[in-house]
Structure formats: C-alpha cells, structure tokens
Write a protein that binds this ligand. Structure first.
Ligand code: CMC
Length: 430
C-alpha cells in the first residue's frame, strides 16, 4: 500500500504528498509543503476535512461511536474513575498511581482560593450578567495574579498553573452563581473532594449547611468526566490557536470558554432545556418542533441533536440517558422534561430527515435534565461544561507547546474581494 498521494494540478504541476497513518489507522494527507512548492492553498470552510495537529490525547470514531481518553474507553472511565483522576490522565498521559493521585488532588484543593482582591471583580458585573462572561473574564484575570505564566515559558510552570486553573475555576463558577443569586460567597474547603467542594460552594448558605447527597456527588463526577475532552472541537481549537501565539494558559483557556459559550457548541445544553420547557409550556406536543427542525426555511434546530463528528451515536449521550433515568428514580423526582426528551429522541430517530442526515442526540441532550435535578440553574449549564472541559483544554495547550512542529496558527484565505483600484477623494465620489 502506497504511503504517497499524487496531486495533479490544472497548470500541469504535480506533487507527491506523504500519507500519514495514525495509531487507530486513520489516514491523513500531509499538505504542509503544498503552497511553498506549488503556490496553491486548500479551502475547507469549518475545517470539515482538515487535521490541525497530530494528537495523542483523545480518540474519537464518529462512525462507530467510540470515544477514548489516552486509550481508555469513556465507558470504563465513567464507570470507575473520578474527575480528578481523569484530569490527571488527560494532562499527564497515564492514570496516576495512588500517591500521585493524592498529591494531585491535594495540590488542587490547596489552590482553590482565589486572590481576595478578585472578589471585588464580581461587584463590577451586573446581577444578570451571564456566568460564562464572568467565568471567562475571571479566568483571564488570573494571568494578572500569576504573571509567570507567560506563553511558552509557562510550560515549565504548567503543573502548578494546571492545579490553579482546575481548582480556581470551580470557585469562580460558584462565586458567579452566588453573585447572581444575591447570596454571600462560600469559600472552598480543603477537606472536601472536588465535586463536594463545588456543590458546597454553590448551595450552602450561612443560615443552612448543604447536605451532601452521594448520588448527586456521583452524578456530578460523571458529568465532569464525560465533558473532560473531545479532541479538536471549536473551543479546544480556540485554546490551541490562541496558545499558538504564545499567549499564556489562562488567556488561552479564557478564550476557549468564550468559544464554548456559543449555542452550536457548549451553549447547546442551556438551549436544550429551554426548548424542552417551551414544548412543555406549549402543551407537550412535539410534532410542531420536529417539523420546525426539518423546515429548511426555519432557523430552528433540534438542540442537542447532530454533531460534526458523531454520525452513529454519541457514547456520552447513551451513558447520560441511563444516568438521567436512574438518578431521577433514586431521588424520587418526576421531571416532565425527561419524558418529552425521550419522546423527542424516539420520534427524531425514526424520522427520515434525521436518519438521512445521521443526526443523533449528543451529550447535551440529557445533561440539562441532570443539572436541573442537582439544582444547577439554567444559565449555569454551560459553565458546568467548562468546568469539566478545563483538563482537556490544558492537555491540548500542553501538547501543542511540546510539539516541535508547532507553528503559530495562521490560516490562508482565497481572496474574492475588489481588485486594486485608485483612491478617489470624498468630494469627487459619486
Ligand atoms: N436540527 C435540524 N437539522 C439539523 C440539525 C439539528 N439539530 N443539525 C444538523 N441539521 C441538518 C442541517 O440543516 C443540514 O441539513 P442539509 O444538509 O439539508 O442542509 C445537515 O443536518 C448537516 O448539518 P450541518 O450544520 O451542515 O452539520 P455541521 O457538522 O456543520 O454542524 C452542529 C454540527 C452540531 C453545529 C449541528 O448539528 C447543530 O447545529 N446542532 C444543534 C446544536 C447542538 O446541539 N450543538 C451541540 C453539539 S455537541 C456539543 C459539542 O461538542 O459542542
């Protein structure tokens, strides 16, 4: 089998291109010398066919519904691991030994406080500011407090900066919720696990301690694990693009948070529950919404459905559907939105429009129902996604900086605008 592809161009030029094979037998054509040797560029809107890097972090086979972090199937990690263990795995490449895990965990707990001055930043935001804006701004301002994290130099400092990021983002997220709820901030506690600590900072108030429910803690662990990485998606690519200019890890992750916020990416989890609520308020009938989603003249899309890479099923959605069902049963909650979601999924999966386009529910389709059950407010859903994704962003940032082939991200374009013309003074313009 040849490991070279031949490109024949209309002007008679030809070029041999190296064909690379990944460890899971994926094929890629290396076009890195295309422009310098031929003058041509490639055009690929939305990077549908473009690999931006070689990566050893996450493997995803969208046709088969496979997702693996560093070789471990997501199902096994979801069943057996904790979020902090998965964070270690993503960033360091191997599952931690017991002592390594304890040290990593202690380190994260030890960095959960934010600088006391940063508390005042929250006062500058209006009460109804979206928590994703606050999250990004606060993460970005961590650079101001940990200035040694400057670009590539901070690769050496990444161990401590990773711990700071993973720890402080949960404190920032909880504080931004407290701000919107008009409640006093609750400081982090060293004696609690990552997920317990987050729940305590979110839901305890001076008048009443938060009663920890192990089912809820476990559900949160699972949600964060499932969100922890997803290879070169929009926000991970943003982190890499921003980081490629040697921006520090805080600035890069803050940019990733904003990319995640969009409704076609992480913001979809908020949109899904809003859609299910609208259906409920509309009387519970789903056919109008299915028809709207199918209507090419309508902007409406079935939120939580469809994925650039998954063309079979999203393994995370499978895990979450079961969790959703069992968690609600265990807690004795009957959420009408779950029934609507199940009916919507079943109807769409039997509809030709969705079958032909290979549109399946993604993890966002069920996360919102779990977040509601835990007590997380709607506008915090995407913040929860960000909390889970931080280790993935750090791992992507680290891998990019360690890659000797890494270059500043700087795509080309095919110019289709006005060609050269002379300047006409304002008084002479018609
Ligand atoms: N509802 C109705 N039609 C859809 C949907 C949907 N949710 N998603 C895709 N389509 C149609 C789309 O109109 C197009 O139809 P046609 O070929 O007739 O023009 C076809 O399916 C292909 O869609 P696309 O937009 O070209 O596919 P894409 O890979 O560029 O977009 C997507 C992927 C996720 C942006 C899109 O499926 C979508 O908008 N889904 C709803 C938003 C959503 O749930 N996003 C969360 C994604 S998962 C979390 C994450 O990783 O960020």
């Amino acid at each position: 089998m040849s490991d070279t592809a031949k490109l024949l161009l209309p002007d008679g030029q030809s070029l041999d291109l190296q064909v690379l094979t990944g460890t899971e037998k994926e094929k890629a054509i290396d076009i890195s010398e295309l422009r310098s040797k031929t003058g041509y560029i490639t055009l690929d809107p939305g990077f549908v066919n473009t690999g931006s890097c070689e990566s050893g972090i996450t493997y995803l086979d969208g046709e088969k519904g496979v997702l693996q972090f560093r070789g471990y199937p997501i199902e096994e990690l979801a069943e057996n691991s904790t979020f902090i263990e998965v964070a270690y795995l993503l960033i360091n490449g191997e599952l931690p030994k017991k002592e390594q895990l304890n040290n990593f965990s202690d380190r994260i707990n030890g960095h959960a406080m934010i600088h006391e001055d940063m508390r005042h930043f929250f006062e500058g935001f209006s009460q109804n500011a979206h928590p994703m804006v606050i999250l990004s701004a606060m993460v970005s301002s961590l650079s101001a407090y940990y200035a040694e994290a400057s670009g590539r130099a901070s690769l050496e400092e990444l161990e401590i900066n990773s711990a700071r990021l993973i720890a402080k983002i949960s404190t920032i997220a909880a504080f931004s919720y407290k701000k919107s709820a008009g409640q006093p901030f609750v400081y982090p506690r060293d004696d609690l696990s990552y997920c317990e600590n987050f729940l305590n900072m979110m839901f305890s108030v001076p008048a009443e301690p938060y009663e920890m429910n192990p089912e809820i803690v476990q559900a949160l662990e699972l949600l964060l694990i499932l969100h922890a990485d997803h290879e070169q998606n929009c926000s991970a690519s943003t982190v890499r693009v921003v980081g490629s200019s040697r921006a520090n890890v805080y600035a890069s992750v803050a940019s990733g948070i904003l990319a995640l916020w969009g409704p076609l990416h992480g913001g979809a989890n908020q949109q899904v529950v809003q859609m299910l609520q609208n259906i409920l308020e509309d009387g519970g009938g789903i056919s109008k919404y299915i028809e709207m989603a199918k209507n090419q003249n309508s902007e409406f899309r079935l939120m939580g459905f469809g994925h650039r890479v998954y063309k079979n099923f999203d393994p995370r959605a499978r895990i979450l559907k079961n969790t959703c069902d069992s968690l609600l049963k265990k807690l004795g909650i009957n959420d009408p939105l779950l029934e609507i979601a199940i009916e919507l999924e079943a109807t769409a999966l039997n509809d030709d429009y969705f079958i032909e386009r290979k549109l399946y529910p993604t993890l966002d389709f069920y996360t919102g129902i779990i977040y509601r059950t835990i007590g997380i407010p709607l506008n915090m859903f995407t913040v929860m996604f960000a909390l889970g994704r931080v280790p993935g962003w750090i791992a992507q940032w680290k891998e990019m900086h360690e890659d000797p082939k890494q270059k500043i991200a700087r795509p080309r374009q095919l110019f289709t605008g006005q060609t050269k013309r002379g300047f006409v003074p304002a008084v002479e313009r018609n």
